[in-house]
Ligand binder design. Structure first.
Ligand code: AMP
Length: 395
């Protein structure tokens, strides 16, 4: 696996695919700088070598050229975080870009305009990719968030660089972290899958059963499993058409010697609201009019035991409706358990969607081993799929 550490970038122009798809408020200010910060080590190494950086990214889902999706809004924030001036050109191909790239000196950074102002980016157009490729002697991909897309800047472009292409530091760490969980893991291995629905996690569960010793199933998925086994789940979220599948998963887990842990008690509410009346109930005895919205204390004690007995921990999906304070306690308690296990030497990876939001919101981000930056890319990796953006660098 070639990374930026295998290159000396002195006097080289480097075209880097970063993921600067950051959230903006209605004043067009960046409200979460994580993705910009994550790209900094790669850019810093190239500048320190004496190279120059041409940065390309998408932002949002523009339909053609739409001012509100311009990367010009983030230039000052990128400059502030990198601690260096950042030049900007209001296109990503064409004469203006050529001039800006030609005038770029060693140690300088140039940010191109939103790649998705061109439909050719998402369609993976080869001509468009070749035009982007002209802006660098070396191609670096550091955008994990789009590594599962065969877009022009993430995948197609790589063919124009033969051996002059590599992973940035962020993407390399993502690949290593996933590998540490799925392939080179220290046992016992635990996967915690929470979130709303079985249907969105089924491929992950199926793939992960071959990799883990323990599986915690939590969140809204709990109730499909409980009802399938004959429990009463009241008004809890439940996918009746996935009950058969839930039973099959339990069978498969048994055959593979995977211990499955499902909540035994829940915090149930009489409405889907933060100020609803609540009571702790046995998970199999939830009456109509009540819905389980968080894991209960007995479940959390059991999960704490399991987490602390494991050496490798993957966490995807919250244990409850963490967006509401009343139902956030299970997710927070689980975060503390993982924090503790990590302190005692376990490797913990948090990835894929809402669990990342939860660890950030509750301050666990620097207390676990690694927090993934890619939602969809992470899920596809966990599903066992190879990602085109990664393959394009490897091949
Ligand atoms: P996902 O994107 O699949 O990881 O699902 C995350 C969402 O699942 C969050 O918005 C949670 O509020 C929601 N969730 C977690 N537990 C429950 C539950 N018991 N009932 C309903 N929604 C839940």
């Amino acid at each position: 696996m070639k990374t930026i550490n295998d290159f000396n970038f002195k006097d080289k122009k480097t075209i880097i695919r970063v993921d600067f798809n950051v959230p903006l408020n209605d004043q067009f200010e960046v409200t979460d700088v994580t993705r910009i910060q994550s790209a900094k080590p790669t850019i810093a190494k190239i500048l320190a070598d004496g190279g120059s950086c041409v940065l390309m990214s998408h932002l949002g889902r523009p339909k053609g050229k739409q001012e509100e999706f311009s990367l010009k809004h983030i230039v000052s924030k990128v400059a502030e975080i990198l601690g260096t001036e950042v030049k900007f050109v209001d296109d990503c191909i064409g004469d203006a870009v050529k001039e800006a790239v030609d005038n770029l000196n060693s140690g300088e950074v140039l940010l191109l305009e939103n790649l998705r102002f061109y439909g050719e980016e998402k369609s993976g157009d080869v001509d468009f990719a070749e035009q982007l490729a002209a802006w660098g002697d070396i191609y670096v991909n550091d955008a994990f968030g789009t590594a599962h897309r065969a877009h022009a800047s993430t995948t197609i472009i790589a063919q124009f660089f033969e051996d002059k292409k590599c992973f940035g530091q962020l993407l390399a760490r993502e690949i290593e972290s996933i590998d540490k969980v799925l392939n080179n893991s220290e046992k016992p291995v635990l996967a915690i899958l929470g979130g709303a629905k079985v249907s969105s996690k089924i491929t992950v569960i199926e793939n992960i059963l071959d990799k883990v010793d323990h599986l915690i199933v939590g969140g809204g998925m709990t109730f499909t499993f409980i009802k399938a086994q004959g429990g009463s789940v009241g008004d809890s979220i439940c996918e009746d058409d996935k009950m058969e599948l839930a039973l099959e998963i339990l069978e498969k887990a048994k055959a593979k010697n995977v211990e499955v842990h499902i909540p035994v008690d829940v915090v149930a509410a009489d409405a889907f609201a933060n100020d609803a009346n609540t009571q702790v109930l046995d998970v199999t005895e939830i009456p109509d009019g009540w819905q389980g919205l968080d894991a209960g204390p007995k479940s959390l004690a059991k999960f704490d035991e399991v987490v602390n007995a494991c050496k490798t921990i993957l966490w995807n999906g919250p244990l409850g409706v963490f967006e509401m304070e009343t139902f956030s306690k299970g997710t927070i308690a689980l975060g503390h358990s993982i924090e503790n296990a990590t302190k005692n030497g376990a490797f913990s990876l948090v990835g894929g969607g809402d669990s990342v939001a939860a660890v950030k919101q509750f301050g666990f981000a620097d207390k676990v081993s690694y927090v993934s930056t890619g939602g969809g890319a992470m899920l596809e990796s966990l599903e066992g799929k190879s990602l085109p953006g990664i393959e394009a660098i490897l091949n």
